[in-house]
Structures are given as C-alpha cells and as structure tokens.
Design a protein around this ligand. Structure first.
Ligand code: ADP
Length: 297
C-alpha cells in the first residue's frame, strides 16, 4: 500500500460564529494537505501526519479529530508539559485577521531527535513538508529534519516541499530565503506559489520560479498562481502550462494551495501525467475556495 506522511504543525482554530461565540476546528498547511490527500486517495493508501503534540486533553482531541478523518497518527510525538498551538480568526467588516498562540507549541519540537525522525520516515513512499514546518523549528532542528529527509530521498523515497513562506515566523528575510533554498535541495517535488516567490525572491514570472528551483535538483516543480496560469516542469515531460477554469463565486481562499497540493500529488501517485495532475489540483482547489474554512467536505 502507498504510504504518505505529511510533516508539520496542526493548530486549534477558533472561527467566529456570531454573538462572541467561536467554533473550534483544526487546521495547518501540511495537515490540510494530509486531510485532502486522504479524501483523494481513499483506502488504497495510508496518509499519516507527523508532528508533536502534548499529553493534555486538547492534544488528545486533536489526534481524535485526525484519526476520525482517516489520517494515521501512529507516528505523532507526545511531549510532556507542552500543548498544541491555537489561532483565532476575527472578522472586521468581512476581512479576516488571525491571532496566533503557538510560541510554545509541542510541534516546535518535532525534530529534536534524529532516531524518532528516522523511525517515523521508514517505509514511507512520499514525505511532504513546508516552509512553515521549517519556520517553527530551531536552526539545529531544521538541519536535523533536512538531513533525515535527504537520507530518505537517497534511499529512494520521494520528498515533496511547499515553500509556504510566512516572513513573520522567521527571524529575517535572509534567513528565510536561505532556509527555503536549502530545503528545496532535498526535495524531488517543489510546490511554490508565485505571489510569495515574486515577493521574496523577485521572480519576474512563474517560469523564473521554475528555473530557480530546477537548479536545486528537483525533478518536478509546479508554480501555483491563483487565478493565473500555472507553470510547471518535470524531468520527463519538460515545461507544462495550465490555466485553471475561472471561479466566479470565490468565498474563502484559505487552503487553496494546500488542497491543490493534495489533488496534484494524489494524481501523480496514481500515475497521472503532469497536465492531468495539475488539472486535478486546480479542480480540488477550485472547490475549496468556493467554501469557507480550510477543510471543505
Ligand atoms: P496559495 O493558497 O498557496 O497562495 P494560490 O493562491 O496560488 O495558492 O492558489 C493555489 C491554486 O488554487 C491555484 O493554482 C489555482 O489552481 C487555485 N486558485 C486559487 N485562486 C483561484 C481563483 N481565483 N480562480 C481559480 N483558481 C484559483
């Protein structure tokens, strides 16, 4: 059976429902992708999540949620005296803003033990991590995680990376840029979003983003581009472009990129060619942005 493991941080989400009340949910970039991958791949694959959580009830409830949605949590690290991170969404005149409490989250310690990483990655066909996964780690832990991912890749396991750049999570732009390019060098499949890449690296167009990541040795690069044309490259198929069908009734673009990744990766795991896989990613994302919240049933 195909096994996929997504690595990163899932948080408790508090979303306003009116009258000062909030609905609790669970979300986080790589977890969102795991959740959608599970839907894309069904019972023909095992989709797992790797993170750190505490030993408290909030952590138990997060793991229950993951298990109930079919995501395997057997590799998750339990860390005493820590708990999971939390964010609250506030709406002002229809605009969403986010407040985070994640400075002490257990997930920040997911990569402090090389043996634990090695055991968790064993036998996994596809490993996925992101720039957010890296941003929450100490420099030492970041290096440890990249070393273990690189070793997995050398053993023939596939590694996918979404740069997902959040400048506020990094000590500075130079550190972020250096870490992202270092991470790209351990990945087979790179899934950037053009708006972030042009802001951070000054890429003139998605093709420039493709070229920059190709140089790091990836076999596949897909540059997501909102409503615009996706530019992608694959060692077997060369340059591929795809323009998603227009979506008129966009409601909430949260998790557009995360769900695209799931649609794309699932199609590739099933043997689809690039064009077909990009279309599958775009289709999944188009559905998600018509619904509110990160996880659209
Ligand atoms: P991210 O959420 O990472 O910023 P993007 O905004 O680039 O990612 O969106 C990811 C994918 O979602 C796009 O490549 C596209 O397929 C789809 N998408 C996002 N916004 C739109 C839109 N307005 N119309 C159609 N498709 C969209």
């Amino acid at each position: 059976m195909t096994t996929v493991l997504c690595i990163g941080e899932c948080m408790i989400e508090l979303a306003p429902v009116g009258d000062g009340l909030f609905r609790r949910g669970f979300a986080g970039d790589t977890f969102n992708t795991a959740w959608y991958l599970r839907r894309e791949l069904g019972d023909g694959a095992q989709v797992g999540y790797f993170t750190g959580v505490g030993t408290d009830t909030a952590s138990d409830e997060m793991l229950d949620f993951m298990s109930c949605s079919g995501v395997d949590v057997s590799r998750v690290r339990r860390i005493e005296d820590r708990t999971v991170g939390l964010y609250m969404i506030t709406l002002t005149n229809g605009e969403r803003s986010f407040s985070y409490w994640r400075g002490q989250s257990a997930a920040k310690r997911l990569a402090e033990d090389a043996e634990v990483l090695r055991a968790a990655f064993e036998g996994v066909d596809l490993l996925l991590f992101s720039g957010i996964t890296l941003a929450i780690l100490s420099e030492e832990d970041r290096a440890r995680l990249l070393a273990e991912l690189s070793a997995a890749r050398q053993r023939g396991q596939k590694v996918a990376f979404d740069p997902n750049m959040r400048p506020r999570l990094w000590p500075g732009a130079d550190t972020m840029r250096a870490a992202i390019m270092e991470a790209a060098a351990v990945a087979d499949i790179i899934l950037p979003s053009f708006d972030e890449e042009s802001l951070t690296f000054g890429d003139a167009d998605p093709e420039a983003t493709v070229a920059r990541y190709r140089e790091r040795g990836a076999g596949t690069v897909i540059v997501k581009n909102g409503a615009g044309t996706v530019a992608a490259w694959d060692a077997d198929e060369g340059l591929v472009r795809y323009t998603p069908a227009p979506v008129e009734d966009v409601r909430d673009t949260t998790a557009a990129g995360d769900s695209f990744n799931a649609g794309f990766l699932a199609a590739r795991l099933k043997g689809a060619a690039m064009g077909e896989a990009i279309a599958a990613g775009a289709q999944r994302a188009a559905y998600v942005i018509r619904h509110s919240g990160a996880l659209a049933e």
